[in-house]
Design a protein around this ligand. Sequence first.
Ligand code: NAP
Length: 278
Amino acid sequence: MTDQLYMEMNDGYKIPVVGLGTWKSEPGDATYNAVLNSINAGYRHIDTARAYDNESDVGRAIKDAGVDRKELFITTKLWNKDQGYETALEACEKSLARLGCDYIDLYLIHWPLKDKRNESWRAFIELQEKGLCKSIGVSNFTIDNLKEIEDRFDILPAANQVEFHPYHYQRELLDYCNSKNILIEAYSPLVHAKRMDEPRLVSISQELGKTPAQILIRWAMQRGMIVLPKSVNNDRIIENFTVFDFDISDSVMERLDDLDERYVTCWDPHNPPPYAPV
Ligand SMILES: NC(=O)c1ccc[n+]([C@@H]2O[C@H](COP(=O)([O-])OP(=O)(O)OC[C@H]3O[C@@H](n4cnc5c(N)ncnc54)[C@H](OP(=O)(O)O)[C@@H]3O)[C@@H](O)[C@H]2O)c1
C-alpha cells in the first residue's frame, strides 16, 4: 500500500489528493465493492453525488470498511433540481441520511445553475456554520461564476471540481483558482478512458514504465490538483493509486501540457446544455 498525500484547503481542512470517482458506478454492489476495495487499497477520499444515485452504497461501504470515519473524506454534490436556499438545506439532510453520516467533508454545488447558484451558496455557508458540511465548494464553475461569488459573499469555495486532464488543460482557470486559494479537483482525469491509446501518451508511458492512467493522474497531481479517477475494477483501482512513488520530470510534464486540444468529455459550462443554463 502506498501512503496517501494531502493538500490543505482555504478553510484549514486537509483533503486527500487522490480520491475514487463514482460517476457511472452502478448503484448497488458495484459501487459498494469499488468503495470497499478502494479503502482496502489505501484510498481515503470518495467522490459521489446525489445525481449518481449511489450515495447509499457509498454509505454502506464506508460503514463496513472498518476505518474511522474521521480518516475518510467524503464528497457529495447538490443536484440541479435541489438548488435554491431551502431546497439545498433539505437536500443536504437527505444526502447525509443516505450516506449514513453526521457530516459531509466537502459539499459541492454540482453545476452553476443560473438564477439559483447564489441562493444555493447562501445555504452552503449556513450548512458549514452548522457543522453539517466541513468544507463547501462548487463544480463546473467558470472564472466569471467564481467572481460572482467573490462579489457577493465573504466565503469563497474551498474547491472547484472541473474536467481537467492534459487534453483539456484549463490553464487560465487553474491560475485563477490558485490565485484565490481555491483547489481544483480534476474530474474525468483519465479522459473518460478515451485517450488511453493515444500515441504520445503511450510513448511517455513506455519511457517511464508507468501505465497511461498513472501518467495522467501523476500529471494532475504535479500540476497541483486533487485527482478523482473512477474505476469499479479492483486491479485498476489499485493501479490508479500506485502514483506516489515516482515523479514526472519538468520536460516530460511540458510534453504532456502540449497534448491540450480542449477536448471536453463531459458537460461544458462554456457551452452549457439547454436544460442547465449558466
Ligand atoms: N462534477 C462533475 O460534474 C463531474 C463530472 C464527471 C466526473 N466527475 C467525478 O470525477 C470522477 C472521474 O471522472 P469520470 O468517471 O468521468 O472519468 P475517468 O475517471 O476519467 O475515467 C473513468 C473510465 O476509465 C476507466 N478506467 C479507470 N481506470 C483505468 C485504468 N487504469 N486504465 C484504463 N481504464 C481505466 C473506467 O472503467 P472501469 O470502471 O471499468 O475501470 C471508466 O470507464 C467521476 O467518477 C466523478 O466522481 C464529476
